[in-house]
Write a protein that binds this ligand. Structure first.
Ligand SMILES: [Zn+2]
Length: 69
């Protein structure tokens, strides 16, 4: 998994972790629909700035990028 530079300090030194977070849709309050989604957590080693990416969307995005080559 490749990420861009840090949005805060432009550093390329980062650590990537994956986490499964249970999300729920706020639209249906009577029947809460919960689902587990995978997220990538990018932590900048230099400044500690943390970004969370939805794995589903990120994988789609990276596939689009690579198909161009
Ligand atoms: Zn940083």
């Amino acid at each position: 998994m490749k990420f861009d530079e840090c949005i805060k300090c432009s550093s390329m030194n980062y650590e990537v972790k994956s986490a499964t977070i249970t999300t729920s849709s706020p639209i249906s309050s009577f029947i809460p629909i919960t689902k587990k989604e995978l997220f990538y957590i990018k932590i900048c080693i230099d400044c500690g700035c943390t970004e969370i990416y939805n794995a589903k969307i990120l994988d789609k995005y990276s596939k689009k990028k690579t198909s161009k080559c």
